[in-house]
Design a protein around this ligand. Structure first.
Ligand code: TTP
Ligand code: MG
Length: 335
């Protein structure tokens, strides 16, 4: 299950006057300032606007779009309502992200289609939002299926459909195939999943090594044996900020870091964790990015200790250039 244009849909639901207009969610909501698009409504996507695009570019593509800031607290709240509804349908759920989850429905004595309709109806009744559901024999295929008929989609994929429906898709649709692999494959004249499936396993291992070669071979044939991960521990908590204008003012950088540390500590306390490894990230005006890390004697959620560690890391940077972005991360352990 994957929600449709999630952040934008939440905003449209609470402000019905936005319906049908191009809506872009990102950064502080001011498209003349720095920041990237978190998501765009389907109306806004018609103008070529998409996630991760600079807000200023989105503004050029569609100046009359409605630009709104990210209200993460509200989206998290709606996300919890959705996850609860899904758990009622099947307790075997893998929570993948804010708007996405896998459900194991193999033990439910109903047709796949009925279950899918029930999922869509429950989510619509509790949140007023639409989602897209993909049903298949494994996570890899279910994820691809959920994307085939967005928005408000329902796609049931049998293993026999792989050749007809999956093979024509670009290789990027496979999990774990990023721009780098895509480029590498393009040089081998492989652009679709079907092209990839025609390469013998040995050939893929030769080019990509045993582990990734095997993965590409299986994935291109629709094979995925990974089980659902129904419980996971957060491994880290992090925050970062991009300055409106690059700065070499140490006071500004320090104040920013202190604020980020406070947010991270709030986060780890709320979840009942403790931080051990503290990392500070600095991106300079030319996008060169460095990290400095330190490990605390023992895991803690003490603000002072974590702040001290973060400033110790900050002190290890050579500030030769203006700073564009500051970030902090705490590696976590339980209790
Ligand atoms: P997606 O499910 O990738 O996108 P979406 O729900 O907006 O649209 P679609 O109908 O295609 O599924 O991501 C879910 C939310 O995560 C999205 O609403 C905003 C956020 N997000 C970002 O903040 N940055 C990103 O680069 C992406 C891809 C998503
Ligand atoms: Mg989505």
């Amino acid at each position: 299950m994957d929600m449709d244009a999630f952040f934008a849909a939440v905003e449209e639901r609470r402000r019905p006057e936005l319906r049908g207009k191009p809506v872009v969610i990102g950064g502080s909501g001011d498209p003349t300032q720095r920041g990237v698009v978190s998501t765009a409504s389907y109306e806004a996507r018609k103008y070529g606007i998409h996630s991760a695009m600079p807000l200023q570019t989105a503004y050029k593509l569609c100046p009359h779009a409605v630009f709104l800031p990210v209200d993460y607290d509200e989206y998290s709240r709606v996300s919890s309502v959705i996850k609860e509804a899904l758990r009622e349908i099947s307790p075997v759920m893998e929570d993948v992200g804010i708007d996405e989850a896998f459900l194991d429905i193999s033990d439910i004595q109903k047709s796949s289609e009925l279950i899918a309709l029930e999922i869509k109806e429950k989510i619509r009744a509790r949140t007023g939002l639409t989602c897209s559901v993909g049903i298949a024999s494994n996570k890899l295929l279910a994820k691809i299926a959920s994307d085939l008929q967005k928005p408000d989609g329902l796609t049931i994929l049998s293993d026999a459909d792989v050749e007809k429906l999956i093979w024509p898709l670009p290789v990027r649709k496979l999990w774990g195939v990023g721009p780098k692999t895509e480029g590498h494959l393009r040089k081998m004249k492989i652009t679709t999943i079907g092209d990839l499936a025609k390469i013998p396993l040995e050939g893929l291992i030769e080019h990509f090594g045993t582990s990734y070669g095997n993965y590409l071979f299986e994935a291109s044939h629709g094979i995925d044996k990974a089980p659902l991960v129904t419980h996971w521990e957060p491994k880290s908590a992090s925050r970062e900020t991009t300055f409106q204008t690059d700065t070499d003012d140490w006071q500004v950088i320090a104040r920013c870091l202190a604020g980020l540390v406070r947010d991270v500590v709030d986060d780890i306390r709320e979840k009942g964790y403790r931080g051990k490894q503290i990392t500070v990230k600095i991106r300079f005006s030319d996008f060169e990015t460095h990290t400095r890390a330190t490990t605390l004697k023992e895991p803690t959620d003490n603000l002072e200790l974590i702040r001290k560690a973060a400033f110790f890391c900050l002190g290890k940077f050579e500030m030769k250039k203006k700073v564009r972005l500051v970030g902090v991360r705490a590696g976590l352990s339980k209790g």
